[in-house]
Design a protein around this ligand. Structure first.
Ligand code: PAF
Length: 287
């Protein structure tokens, strides 16, 4: 039997700071993995990456209301804190920070964080509130934890680029590391929202990564970017997706629209709907 290491649960910023200070005083390098809970293998891979890069890992679970629009799934977003705590402990985390909304956004909270550059277009065209919500909560979490390194998944590729830009622009000293997307045996990117999919939808969902890979290969073989993007959107609809928000080939660092022949700096990103579930995925074009 493997012993599960002890996980310290903190709910307040003051307590978190005390716990992190104790680790620092003991000479530990601190890693951080922010999450909204409903953890799966993808999150555990982030924790493992943080563990490789540090001596002690803080995981956070906070379903951040500011990144949901009124019509989105804040109320139904899966919540399973006890299971998440066990999984984080098993993945070698030392501290779980699980604040409530009042701790993160006390009465009178009046600050926003707007990131330009990589936040423009793609997700923002369809979820205009999203990156300001992510930026404010991640800025707070990075300041609260003050880790040496924080790990974010490439699954949310635009988010990773936005967080990296924000940390750079605001001189937040935590190193921002991206970890590769974890996929199921059919290549479907793991996501907490996959739990919403029916068995039939799951079969269709598994076409997303295949269609993106085919599109990326066609772009890499020299087909014009716009033709490839449109063909991939059509293929998604033919496969059973109800709506495609975007399929786009972008520069991987800036996320600006790609022009000319694709090379190693190109990334293909997509968002599409299956029933009430919105799935996103992305990959390097010349992988
Ligand atoms: O990717 C997520 O789970 C969230 O957007 C994050 C980074 C934890 C901020 O709430």
């Amino acid at each position: 039997m493997t012993a599960v290491p002890e996980l310290i649960l903190t709910r307040t910023v003051a307590d978190l700071r005390e716990q992190v200070a104790a680790l620092r005083n003991a000479g530990k390098r601190i890693g951080f993995v922010p999450t909204m809970g409903a953890l799966h293998e993808g999150h555990l891979a982030l924790a493992a990456e943080a563990r490789r890069r540090s001596d002690a890992v803080v995981g956070s679970v906070f379903v951040n209301p500011t990144q949901f629009a009124a019509h989105e799934d804040l109320g139904t977003y899966p919540r399973q804190e006890a299971r998440d705590a066990e999984l984080l402990a098993g993945a070698g985390c030392s501290i779980l920070f699980a604040p409530d909304a009042a701790e993160m956004y006390p009465n009178g909270f009046a600050t926003s964080v707007q990131v330009g550059g990589p936040s423009e277009g793609l997700e923002t065209d369809f979820r205009p509130h999203f990156f300001s919500g992510v930026a404010v909560v991640v800025a707070k979490l990075l300041n609260q934890v003050q880790a040496d390194v924080a790990v974010f998944g490439e699954k949310d590729y635009q988010q990773l680029m936005v967080v990296r830009r924000m940390a750079r622009d605001l001189d937040i000293p935590t190193e921002i590391v991206g970890a590769p997307t974890v996929r199921d045996t059919h290549g479907l990117a793991l996501s907490s929202r996959n739990a919403y999919l029916s068995a039939e939808e799951l079969t269709v969902a598994r076409r997303l990564n295949v269609i993106l890979r085919e599109a990326a290969d066609r772009a890499a073989a020299g087909e014009p970017v716009e033709t490839v993007e449109m063909a991939a959107a059509g293929a998604l609809i033919e496969s059973g997706f109800a709506k495609v928000d975007y399929v786009a080939i972008r520069y991987s660092e800036t996320l600006a629209p790609f022009s000319g022949a694709v090379d190693a700096s190109a990334r293909i990103l997509a968002a599409a709907w299956l029933g009430k579930t919105r799935l996103i995925d992305n990959m390097a074009v010349t992988a």
